[in-house]
Ligand binder design. Sequence first.
Ligand SMILES: Cc1ncc(COP(=O)(O)O)c(C=O)c1O
Length: 452
Amino acid sequence: MHRAPRLATRLRNGSRAMATAPKTPQLLGLSSKYLLPVYARPDFVLSHGEGSYVYDTEGRRYLDFSAGIAVNALGHADPGVVQTIAEQAGKLLHTSNVYHNKWAPRLAELLVTLTQRDGGLGFSPGTSGATAKVFFSNSGTEANEGALISCFFVLQITWCTGALKIARKVGKDRGTDKSRIVCFENGFHGRSMGSLSVTTNPKYQAPFQPLVPGVDVGVVNDIKALDSLVTDATCAVIIEPIQGEGGVNAANTEWLVALRRRCDEVGAVLIFDEIQCGLYRTGQLWAHSSLPVECHPDVVTMAKPLANGYPIGAVLMRDSIAETMTAGSHGTTFGGSPLACAVGHHVLSRLSDPQMMAQINATSVYLEERLTELPKKFPGIIEAKIRGRGLIRGLGFLDSTQPGSVVEKARSRGVFLLTAGKNAVRLVPSLNVGRVEVDTVIETLSESIEEL
Ligand SMILES: Cc1ncc(COP(=O)(O)O)c(C=O)c1O
Protein backbone atom coordinates (compact mmCIF):
# COMPACT_ATOMS: atom_id res chain seq x y z
CA MET A 1 0.00 0.00 0.00
CA HIS A 2 2.53 2.61 1.15
CA ARG A 3 5.46 1.53 -0.96
CA ALA A 4 6.34 5.03 -2.13
CA PRO A 5 7.03 6.69 1.26
CA ARG A 6 9.02 3.64 2.44
CA LEU A 7 11.20 3.85 -0.67
CA ALA A 8 11.74 7.57 -0.11
CA THR A 9 12.90 6.86 3.45
CA ARG A 10 15.22 4.13 2.25
CA LEU A 11 16.73 6.47 -0.36
CA ARG A 12 17.32 9.19 2.22
CA ASN A 13 18.96 6.74 4.60
CA GLY A 14 21.38 5.44 2.00
CA SER A 15 24.11 5.28 4.65
CA ARG A 16 22.56 2.11 6.06
CA ALA A 17 23.25 0.29 2.82
CA MET A 18 26.85 1.52 2.92
CA ALA A 19 27.71 -0.71 5.86
CA THR A 20 27.54 -3.79 3.65
CA ALA A 21 28.92 -2.15 0.48
CA PRO A 22 32.35 -3.17 -0.87
CA LYS A 23 35.34 -1.08 0.22
CA THR A 24 36.76 1.68 -1.95
CA PRO A 25 39.75 -0.27 -3.38
CA GLN A 26 37.45 -3.16 -4.28
CA LEU A 27 35.07 -0.81 -6.10
CA LEU A 28 37.94 0.85 -7.94
CA GLY A 29 39.20 -2.61 -8.89
CA LEU A 30 35.78 -3.60 -10.27
CA SER A 31 35.62 -0.33 -12.13
CA SER A 32 38.94 -0.80 -13.91
CA LYS A 33 38.17 -4.46 -14.60
CA TYR A 34 34.67 -4.11 -15.99
CA LEU A 35 33.97 -0.52 -17.08
CA LEU A 36 34.97 0.81 -20.48
CA PRO A 37 37.89 3.11 -19.66
CA VAL A 38 36.56 6.24 -21.38
CA TYR A 39 36.69 8.45 -18.31
CA ALA A 40 39.70 9.68 -16.33
CA ARG A 41 38.44 9.76 -12.76
CA PRO A 42 40.03 10.44 -9.37
CA ASP A 43 40.54 7.51 -6.99
CA PHE A 44 37.51 7.77 -4.77
CA VAL A 45 33.94 6.55 -4.99
CA LEU A 46 30.97 8.80 -4.31
CA SER A 47 28.26 7.26 -2.19
CA HIS A 48 25.69 9.90 -1.31
CA GLY A 49 25.00 13.58 -1.16
CA GLU A 50 22.93 16.29 0.41
CA GLY A 51 22.33 19.73 -1.04
CA SER A 52 25.57 21.00 -2.56
CA TYR A 53 27.67 18.38 -0.77
CA VAL A 54 28.64 14.84 -1.74
CA TYR A 55 30.38 12.17 0.34
CA ASP A 56 32.71 9.37 -0.69
CA THR A 57 32.88 5.82 0.64
CA GLU A 58 35.64 6.86 3.06
CA GLY A 59 33.31 9.46 4.58
CA ARG A 60 35.05 12.48 3.02
CA ARG A 61 32.83 15.45 2.21
CA TYR A 62 33.12 17.56 -0.97
CA LEU A 63 31.47 20.81 -1.98
CA ASP A 64 30.08 20.03 -5.42
CA PHE A 65 30.43 23.27 -7.34
CA SER A 66 30.07 21.35 -10.59
CA ALA A 67 26.58 19.95 -9.84
CA GLY A 68 27.23 16.83 -11.91
CA ILE A 69 28.16 19.09 -14.89
CA ALA A 70 25.36 21.63 -14.49
CA VAL A 71 22.73 19.01 -13.70
CA ASN A 72 21.72 18.91 -10.03
CA ALA A 73 19.91 22.25 -10.05
CA LEU A 74 18.24 21.53 -6.70
CA GLY A 75 21.29 19.82 -5.24
CA HIS A 76 21.71 16.21 -4.18
CA ALA A 77 19.04 14.09 -2.45
CA ASP A 78 16.51 16.91 -2.55
CA PRO A 79 13.53 15.61 -0.51
CA GLY A 80 10.94 16.86 -3.04
CA VAL A 81 12.75 15.17 -5.93
CA VAL A 82 13.18 11.97 -3.90
CA GLN A 83 9.49 11.95 -3.01
CA THR A 84 8.40 12.61 -6.61
CA ILE A 85 10.57 9.79 -7.92
CA ALA A 86 9.35 7.40 -5.23
CA GLU A 87 5.69 8.22 -5.71
CA GLN A 88 5.75 8.10 -9.51
CA ALA A 89 7.89 4.95 -9.63
CA GLY A 90 5.32 3.33 -7.37
CA LYS A 91 2.54 4.24 -9.82
CA LEU A 92 3.80 4.17 -13.40
CA LEU A 93 7.42 4.26 -14.47
CA HIS A 94 7.31 3.62 -18.20
CA THR A 95 4.62 3.10 -20.80
CA SER A 96 6.43 3.71 -24.14
CA ASN A 97 5.10 6.33 -26.51
CA VAL A 98 2.49 3.94 -27.83
CA TYR A 99 0.28 5.39 -25.05
CA HIS A 100 -0.41 8.76 -23.46
CA ASN A 101 0.76 9.36 -19.93
CA LYS A 102 -0.25 11.98 -17.39
CA TRP A 103 3.03 13.87 -17.10
CA ALA A 104 4.49 14.43 -20.59
CA PRO A 105 1.75 16.85 -21.69
CA ARG A 106 1.86 18.66 -18.36
CA LEU A 107 5.62 19.15 -18.53
CA ALA A 108 5.34 20.27 -22.17
CA GLU A 109 2.62 22.75 -21.20
CA LEU A 110 4.80 24.08 -18.39
CA LEU A 111 7.77 24.55 -20.73
CA VAL A 112 5.66 26.43 -23.25
CA THR A 113 3.80 28.61 -20.73
CA LEU A 114 7.00 29.48 -18.89
CA THR A 115 8.62 30.41 -22.20
CA GLN A 116 5.66 32.70 -22.81
CA ARG A 117 5.84 34.09 -19.27
CA ASP A 118 9.59 34.67 -19.15
CA GLY A 119 10.29 35.23 -22.86
CA GLY A 120 12.07 33.06 -25.41
CA LEU A 121 11.63 31.31 -28.76
CA GLY A 122 10.38 34.58 -30.26
CA PHE A 123 7.89 35.33 -27.46
CA SER A 124 8.22 38.58 -25.55
CA PRO A 125 7.74 38.09 -21.79
CA GLY A 126 4.04 37.91 -20.94
CA THR A 127 2.84 36.42 -24.26
CA SER A 128 -0.12 34.04 -24.02
CA GLY A 129 -1.65 31.32 -26.20
CA ALA A 130 -0.14 27.94 -27.09
CA THR A 131 2.30 28.44 -29.93
CA ALA A 132 5.09 25.93 -29.43
CA LYS A 133 5.57 22.18 -29.18
CA VAL A 134 7.88 19.85 -27.26
CA PHE A 135 9.54 16.54 -28.08
CA PHE A 136 11.05 14.61 -25.16
CA SER A 137 14.29 12.66 -25.43
CA ASN A 138 16.58 11.06 -22.84
CA SER A 139 19.70 13.20 -23.04
CA GLY A 140 21.19 16.36 -24.45
CA THR A 141 22.76 14.77 -27.47
CA GLU A 142 19.44 13.16 -28.43
CA ALA A 143 17.68 16.50 -28.04
CA ASN A 144 20.15 17.98 -30.55
CA GLU A 145 19.73 15.03 -32.90
CA GLY A 146 15.98 15.59 -32.66
CA ALA A 147 16.38 19.29 -33.40
CA LEU A 148 18.52 18.61 -36.45
CA ILE A 149 16.09 15.97 -37.66
CA SER A 150 13.23 18.46 -37.31
CA CYS A 151 15.13 20.96 -39.47
CA PHE A 152 15.78 18.44 -42.19
CA PHE A 153 12.19 17.38 -42.10
CA VAL A 154 10.86 20.92 -42.29
CA LEU A 155 13.20 21.87 -45.08
CA GLN A 156 12.58 18.69 -46.97
CA ILE A 157 8.97 19.67 -47.17
CA THR A 158 9.18 23.42 -47.57
CA TRP A 159 12.30 24.12 -49.54
CA CYS A 160 13.97 21.09 -50.98
CA THR A 161 13.02 19.79 -54.35
CA GLY A 162 14.30 16.25 -53.87
CA ALA A 163 13.66 13.60 -51.27
CA LEU A 164 16.10 14.69 -48.59
CA LYS A 165 15.97 11.90 -46.07
CA ILE A 166 15.99 12.25 -42.32
CA ALA A 167 18.63 9.59 -42.56
CA ARG A 168 20.98 12.32 -43.78
CA LYS A 169 22.58 12.22 -40.33
CA VAL A 170 24.19 8.95 -41.26
CA GLY A 171 25.79 10.68 -44.20
CA LYS A 172 23.67 9.38 -47.08
CA ASP A 173 22.11 12.46 -48.60
CA ARG A 174 24.27 15.08 -50.28
CA GLY A 175 22.30 15.77 -53.39
CA THR A 176 20.00 18.67 -52.50
CA ASP A 177 20.73 22.35 -52.38
CA LYS A 178 19.69 22.96 -48.81
CA SER A 179 21.29 20.49 -46.50
CA ARG A 180 24.26 22.17 -44.85
CA ILE A 181 24.47 22.77 -41.10
CA VAL A 182 26.40 25.63 -39.55
CA CYS A 183 28.00 25.27 -36.13
CA PHE A 184 30.72 27.20 -34.31
CA GLU A 185 34.25 26.74 -33.01
CA ASN A 186 34.41 25.65 -29.37
CA GLY A 187 30.77 24.60 -29.41
CA PHE A 188 29.77 21.35 -27.71
CA HIS A 189 26.58 19.55 -28.70
CA GLY A 190 27.09 15.92 -27.66
CA ARG A 191 28.70 12.62 -28.59
CA SER A 192 26.18 10.88 -30.84
CA MET A 193 27.13 10.98 -34.51
CA GLY A 194 24.97 13.94 -35.59
CA SER A 195 25.73 16.06 -32.52
CA LEU A 196 29.41 15.08 -32.66
CA SER A 197 29.56 16.24 -36.27
CA VAL A 198 28.68 19.77 -35.13
CA THR A 199 31.06 19.61 -32.13
CA THR A 200 34.24 20.77 -33.79
CA ASN A 201 36.79 19.80 -31.14
CA PRO A 202 39.33 17.49 -32.89
CA LYS A 203 39.85 15.60 -29.62
CA TYR A 204 36.25 14.39 -29.78
CA GLN A 205 35.88 14.11 -33.56
CA ALA A 206 39.17 12.71 -34.88
CA PRO A 207 38.75 9.07 -33.76
CA PHE A 208 35.30 8.85 -35.30
CA GLN A 209 35.82 10.23 -38.79
CA PRO A 210 34.11 10.24 -41.21
CA LEU A 211 31.33 12.19 -39.58
CA VAL A 212 28.02 13.42 -40.95
CA PRO A 213 28.96 15.56 -43.95
CA GLY A 214 27.77 19.03 -44.88
CA VAL A 215 28.89 20.93 -41.79
CA ASP A 216 30.32 24.47 -41.96
CA VAL A 217 32.16 25.88 -38.98
CA GLY A 218 32.08 29.56 -38.04
CA VAL A 219 33.54 31.75 -35.33
CA VAL A 220 31.21 33.13 -32.66
CA ASN A 221 30.84 36.93 -32.79
CA ASP A 222 32.36 37.26 -36.28
CA ILE A 223 29.70 39.40 -37.96
CA LYS A 224 31.58 39.94 -41.23
CA ALA A 225 31.76 36.22 -41.95
CA LEU A 226 28.01 35.58 -41.55
CA ASP A 227 27.01 36.10 -45.19
CA SER A 228 29.52 33.61 -46.53
CA LEU A 229 28.99 31.18 -43.67
CA VAL A 230 25.18 30.98 -43.67
CA THR A 231 24.09 30.59 -47.29
CA ASP A 232 21.15 29.41 -49.36
CA ALA A 233 22.52 25.90 -48.92
CA THR A 234 22.22 26.15 -45.10
CA CYS A 235 19.29 24.32 -43.55
CA ALA A 236 20.18 24.75 -39.87
CA VAL A 237 22.42 26.78 -37.58
CA ILE A 238 23.17 25.42 -34.11
CA ILE A 239 24.75 27.50 -31.36
CA GLU A 240 25.05 27.69 -27.59
CA PRO A 241 24.23 31.28 -26.58
CA ILE A 242 26.74 30.70 -23.76
CA GLN A 243 29.23 27.96 -24.55
CA GLY A 244 29.76 25.62 -21.60
CA GLU A 245 32.38 22.95 -22.35
CA GLY A 246 34.07 25.22 -24.89
CA GLY A 247 35.17 27.81 -22.34
CA VAL A 248 32.10 29.67 -20.96
CA ASN A 249 32.06 32.11 -23.86
CA ALA A 250 28.89 34.19 -24.35
CA ALA A 251 27.82 35.27 -27.83
CA ASN A 252 27.33 39.05 -28.32
CA THR A 253 23.71 40.15 -28.62
CA GLU A 254 24.48 42.25 -31.72
CA TRP A 255 25.99 39.22 -33.44
CA LEU A 256 23.08 36.97 -32.44
CA VAL A 257 20.65 39.50 -33.95
CA ALA A 258 22.70 39.49 -37.17
CA LEU A 259 22.77 35.67 -37.15
CA ARG A 260 18.97 35.51 -36.75
CA ARG A 261 18.54 38.01 -39.59
CA ARG A 262 20.82 35.98 -41.84
CA CYS A 263 18.93 32.75 -41.02
CA ASP A 264 15.68 34.47 -42.01
CA GLU A 265 17.22 35.73 -45.27
CA VAL A 266 18.27 32.25 -46.39
CA GLY A 267 15.45 30.28 -44.71
CA ALA A 268 17.61 28.40 -42.21
CA VAL A 269 16.33 27.11 -38.88
CA LEU A 270 18.11 28.63 -35.87
CA ILE A 271 18.69 26.21 -32.98
CA PHE A 272 19.89 27.38 -29.57
CA ASP A 273 21.48 24.58 -27.58
CA GLU A 274 20.64 25.63 -24.01
CA ILE A 275 21.45 22.24 -22.55
CA GLN A 276 24.04 23.72 -20.21
CA CYS A 277 23.12 27.42 -19.99
CA GLY A 278 19.30 27.16 -19.97
CA LEU A 279 16.61 26.32 -17.40
CA TYR A 280 17.31 29.17 -14.95
CA ARG A 281 21.09 28.86 -14.82
CA THR A 282 21.33 32.52 -15.82
CA GLY A 283 18.50 33.46 -13.44
CA GLN A 284 15.94 33.32 -16.27
CA LEU A 285 14.30 30.40 -18.03
CA TRP A 286 16.56 30.64 -21.08
CA ALA A 287 19.90 32.33 -21.50
CA HIS A 288 18.18 34.11 -24.40
CA SER A 289 15.09 35.13 -22.37
CA SER A 290 16.72 38.45 -21.52
CA LEU A 291 17.85 39.10 -25.11
CA PRO A 292 15.78 40.91 -27.76
CA VAL A 293 13.24 38.75 -29.61
CA GLU A 294 15.06 39.74 -32.81
CA CYS A 295 17.71 37.16 -31.96
CA HIS A 296 15.51 34.39 -30.60
CA PRO A 297 15.78 30.89 -32.11
CA ASP A 298 13.20 28.66 -33.80
CA VAL A 299 14.22 25.68 -31.69
CA VAL A 300 15.68 25.32 -28.17
CA THR A 301 17.24 22.13 -26.85
CA MET A 302 17.52 21.35 -23.16
CA ALA A 303 18.46 18.45 -20.89
CA LYS A 304 20.81 18.44 -17.90
CA PRO A 305 18.91 20.05 -14.97
CA LEU A 306 15.38 19.42 -16.20
CA ALA A 307 14.86 16.42 -13.90
CA ASN A 308 17.75 17.21 -11.51
CA GLY A 309 19.78 14.20 -12.67
CA TYR A 310 17.09 11.79 -13.76
CA PRO A 311 17.81 11.40 -17.51
CA ILE A 312 15.69 13.60 -19.76
CA GLY A 313 16.15 15.88 -22.74
CA ALA A 314 13.73 17.97 -24.75
CA VAL A 315 13.35 19.97 -27.94
CA LEU A 316 11.10 23.02 -27.81
CA MET A 317 10.15 24.38 -31.21
CA ARG A 318 8.01 27.05 -32.77
CA ASP A 319 4.77 25.79 -34.31
CA SER A 320 6.14 26.66 -37.76
CA ILE A 321 8.75 23.91 -37.28
CA ALA A 322 6.47 21.51 -35.42
CA GLU A 323 3.66 21.50 -37.93
CA THR A 324 5.57 19.40 -40.45
CA MET A 325 6.42 16.63 -37.98
CA THR A 326 3.87 13.84 -38.16
CA ALA A 327 3.28 10.44 -36.55
CA GLY A 328 6.25 8.21 -37.25
CA SER A 329 8.64 10.98 -38.34
CA HIS A 330 10.63 10.75 -35.09
CA GLY A 331 10.45 8.67 -31.93
CA THR A 332 12.03 7.06 -28.88
CA THR A 333 11.24 4.22 -26.47
CA PHE A 334 12.10 5.96 -23.20
CA GLY A 335 11.75 9.69 -23.97
CA GLY A 336 8.81 11.38 -22.27
CA SER A 337 8.28 8.63 -19.69
CA PRO A 338 5.87 9.36 -16.84
CA LEU A 339 8.72 9.16 -14.35
CA ALA A 340 11.10 11.54 -16.17
CA CYS A 341 8.31 14.00 -16.88
CA ALA A 342 6.87 13.93 -13.35
CA VAL A 343 10.32 14.75 -11.97
CA GLY A 344 10.85 17.37 -14.69
CA HIS A 345 7.54 18.99 -13.80
CA HIS A 346 8.46 19.08 -10.12
CA VAL A 347 11.93 20.53 -10.77
CA LEU A 348 10.79 23.12 -13.30
CA SER A 349 7.89 24.25 -11.07
CA ARG A 350 10.35 24.92 -8.27
CA LEU A 351 13.03 26.59 -10.40
CA SER A 352 10.46 28.90 -11.99
CA ASP A 353 9.04 30.04 -8.66
CA PRO A 354 9.70 33.82 -8.47
CA GLN A 355 11.26 33.43 -5.01
CA MET A 356 13.67 30.82 -6.36
CA MET A 357 14.49 33.03 -9.34
CA ALA A 358 15.20 35.93 -6.97
CA GLN A 359 17.47 33.69 -4.93
CA ILE A 360 19.36 32.53 -8.05
CA ASN A 361 19.82 36.14 -9.13
CA ALA A 362 21.02 37.22 -5.68
CA THR A 363 23.51 34.34 -5.51
CA SER A 364 24.67 35.17 -9.05
CA VAL A 365 25.41 38.77 -8.04
CA TYR A 366 27.29 37.61 -4.96
CA LEU A 367 29.27 35.01 -6.93
CA GLU A 368 30.24 37.63 -9.50
CA GLU A 369 31.32 40.07 -6.79
CA ARG A 370 33.48 37.46 -5.13
CA LEU A 371 34.91 36.11 -8.40
CA THR A 372 36.03 39.57 -9.51
CA GLU A 373 38.36 39.61 -6.49
CA LEU A 374 40.45 36.88 -8.09
CA PRO A 375 41.82 38.67 -11.20
CA LYS A 376 42.70 41.59 -8.91
CA LYS A 377 44.56 39.25 -6.58
CA PHE A 378 46.21 37.25 -9.40
CA PRO A 379 46.56 39.76 -12.27
CA GLY A 380 49.29 37.89 -14.16
CA ILE A 381 47.45 34.60 -13.92
CA ILE A 382 43.73 35.20 -14.46
CA GLU A 383 41.98 37.15 -17.23
CA ALA A 384 40.46 40.42 -15.97
CA LYS A 385 36.95 39.64 -17.18
CA ILE A 386 34.90 36.92 -15.53
CA ARG A 387 33.20 34.85 -18.23
CA GLY A 388 29.55 33.87 -18.47
CA ARG A 389 26.44 35.01 -16.62
CA GLY A 390 24.35 33.99 -13.61
CA LEU A 391 25.54 30.65 -12.26
CA ILE A 392 27.51 29.57 -15.33
CA ARG A 393 30.84 31.31 -14.83
CA GLY A 394 34.36 30.86 -16.11
CA LEU A 395 37.76 32.05 -14.97
CA GLY A 396 40.13 32.38 -17.91
CA PHE A 397 43.80 31.57 -17.25
CA LEU A 398 46.63 33.15 -19.23
CA ASP A 399 48.59 29.88 -19.03
CA SER A 400 46.47 27.06 -20.46
CA THR A 401 48.25 24.42 -18.36
CA GLN A 402 46.90 25.90 -15.14
CA PRO A 403 43.10 25.30 -15.10
CA GLY A 404 43.49 21.51 -14.89
CA SER A 405 45.89 21.83 -12.03
CA VAL A 406 43.63 24.33 -10.19
CA VAL A 407 40.71 21.90 -10.52
CA GLU A 408 42.87 19.10 -9.06
CA LYS A 409 44.15 21.24 -6.21
CA ALA A 410 40.61 22.39 -5.39
CA ARG A 411 39.45 18.78 -5.36
CA SER A 412 42.19 17.81 -2.96
CA ARG A 413 40.81 20.60 -0.72
CA GLY A 414 37.31 19.12 -1.01
CA VAL A 415 35.77 21.28 -3.76
CA PHE A 416 34.60 20.04 -7.18
CA LEU A 417 35.13 22.38 -10.12
CA LEU A 418 35.42 21.78 -13.86
CA THR A 419 37.71 22.92 -16.63
CA ALA A 420 36.26 24.43 -19.81
CA GLY A 421 37.82 24.86 -23.23
CA LYS A 422 41.53 25.38 -23.52
CA ASN A 423 42.13 27.72 -20.62
CA ALA A 424 39.27 28.12 -18.17
CA VAL A 425 37.97 26.88 -14.86
CA ARG A 426 34.18 26.51 -14.93
CA LEU A 427 31.74 27.03 -12.07
CA VAL A 428 28.25 25.57 -12.55
CA PRO A 429 26.92 24.93 -9.04
CA SER A 430 23.45 23.86 -7.99
CA LEU A 431 21.05 26.74 -8.45
CA ASN A 432 20.07 26.74 -4.77
CA VAL A 433 23.68 27.08 -3.61
CA GLY A 434 24.19 29.53 -0.72
CA ARG A 435 26.61 32.34 0.13
CA VAL A 436 28.55 30.07 2.48
CA GLU A 437 29.33 27.75 -0.44
CA VAL A 438 30.30 30.72 -2.62
CA ASP A 439 32.71 31.88 0.11
CA THR A 440 34.18 28.38 0.36
CA VAL A 441 34.75 28.14 -3.38
CA ILE A 442 36.44 31.55 -3.57
CA GLU A 443 38.72 30.71 -0.64
CA THR A 444 39.57 27.34 -2.21
CA LEU A 445 40.24 28.86 -5.62
CA SER A 446 42.43 31.48 -4.03
CA GLU A 447 44.49 28.91 -2.10
CA SER A 448 44.74 26.64 -5.13
CA ILE A 449 45.93 29.44 -7.42
CA GLU A 450 48.43 30.62 -4.81
CA GLU A 451 49.89 27.13 -4.80
CA LEU A 452 50.47 27.03 -8.58
C1 LIG B 1 25.70 22.53 -24.48
C2 LIG B 1 25.62 21.03 -24.46
N1 LIG B 1 24.97 20.40 -25.45
C3 LIG B 1 24.86 19.06 -25.46
C4 LIG B 1 25.42 18.29 -24.48
C5 LIG B 1 25.27 16.79 -24.52
O1 LIG B 1 24.40 16.39 -23.52
P1 LIG B 1 24.39 14.85 -23.03
O2 LIG B 1 25.70 14.60 -22.39
O3 LIG B 1 23.23 14.79 -22.09
O4 LIG B 1 24.17 14.02 -24.24
C6 LIG B 1 26.12 18.91 -23.44
C7 LIG B 1 26.78 18.10 -22.39
O5 LIG B 1 27.66 18.52 -21.70
C8 LIG B 1 26.22 20.31 -23.43
O6 LIG B 1 26.89 20.96 -22.47
